[in-house]
Design a protein around this ligand. Structure first.
Ligand code: PEP
Ligand code: MN
Length: 337
């Protein structure tokens, strides 16, 4: 249920409604929009029906949300969510580019790639320290040492960092180092992990599961938000289809659909979406034209020797050229870069 307050309702009246809802044992989530405040109440609708909400001062109406995802939905919040990460805004007019290696391999390579992506105009540095590998014999990531290198690279370049967390036991550890927590495709429906991340205040990038529908993906975002962490961004990274010419099928229609259904920022990852650097270039352009709020791109100074995802990693020069080709596309659709 959403309690819609009249425009300009004073704080004491808003607080009065919140107290009433809490007293009834329900959880209110408040969205303060430009025009009006909405209070989403999750819990037993029958209890809510007993409350004299519509007679309370400040309340305009009470409506039910038809979608199964509530806090994620545009019905709850019309204005786009803008997430502040250090001095960068995600979800505003300016597009963001998260770039860097798939995996943090060592200090030298990370710093080299970090400096190069920064020079080319990237806004956030990516790099995995805990890696979800298909084979248990493949490199599993540097763990906390990788997190330390990422934070040193942030000091060096000034770029905020994003890195993946795979396990409820390492959420606090990763949150201590990173500016954005990444939930990988394989963990999109790890509900315990989502709940744990929902308890912290660090912004989250939620990747779409390998075979997940948009509705399932949005329900996973709802898990995080329902625990109080509203700083969620969605990331389309390709889904499994019958097509095997590309590693995954990058579902760009998901950008349009998510933007229609939700107020959350949408990021596109054409690196995992296609699996080949060659296809990353046109699909990055297409993603921006489709209306995403930013890109996530893998960049490596020596893809041939990369410990993971070399095939889909752009050389720094190619990344730089791509950045210069993306700017005019952003401009045409009214976005800055
Ligand atoms: C990654 O970003 O390196 C990664 C493992 O992504 P995904 O979870 O989308 O496969
Ligand atoms: Mn990768």
């Amino acid at each position: 249920m959403i309690i819609v307050l009249k425009p300009g309702t004073p704080d004491n009246e808003i607080n009065h409604v919140i107290e009433k809802v809490e007293k009834a044992g329900l959880t209110p989530h408040v969205s303060k929009g430009i025009e009006r405040t909405l209070i989403m109440v999750i819990g037993d609708d029958r209890i809510l029906a007993e409350l004299p909400l519509e007679t309370m001062p400040g309340v305009e109406k009470v409506m039910s949300v038809l979608q199964p995802f509530k806090l994620v939905s545009k019905e709850f919040q019309k204005e786009p969510t803008i997430i502040k990460v250090r001095d960068i805004e995600i979800g505003g007019n300016k597009l963001v580019v998260m770039a860097g290696p798939c995996t943090v391999e060592d200090r030298e390579m990370l710093f080299d790639v970090a400096k190069k992506v920064k020079e080319a105009g990237a806004t956030i540095l990516r790099g995995g320290a805990f890696k979800p590998r298909t084979s248990p014999y493949a490199f599993q990531g540097m763990g906390e040492d990788g997190l330390k290198l990422l934070s040193e690279a942030r000091d060096l370049t000034g770029l905020p960092i994003i890195t993946e967390v795979m396990d409820t036991r390492t959420v606090d550890l990763v949150a201590r180092y990173t500016d954005i927590i990444q939930v990988g495709a394989r963990n999109m429906q790890n509900f315990e992990l989502l709940k744990e991340i929902g308890e912290c205040k660090v912004p989250v990038l939620l990747k779409r599961g390998l075979s997940s529908t948009i509705k399932e993906w949005l329900m996973s975002a709802e898990y995080i938000m329902s625990r109080g962490n509203y700083k969620v961004m969605l990331c389309e990274r390709g889904i499994r289809t019958f097509e095997d010419a590309t590693r995954n099928t990058l579902d760009l229609s998901a950008v349009a659909v998510c933007k229609h259904l939700s107020h959350l920022p949408v990021i596109v990852d054409p690196s995992h979406g296609t699996g080949k650097w060659r296809w990353v270039i046109p699909m990055s352009k297409a993603a921006i034209a489709a209306g995403c709020d930013g890109l996530m791109l893998e960049v490596h100074h020596n893809p041939e020797e990369a410990l993971s995802d070399g095939d889909q990693s752009l050389l720094p020069d190619k990344f730089k050229k791509l950045m210069s080709e993306l700017r005019p596309i952003a401009k045409v659709i009214g976005r800055a870069m």
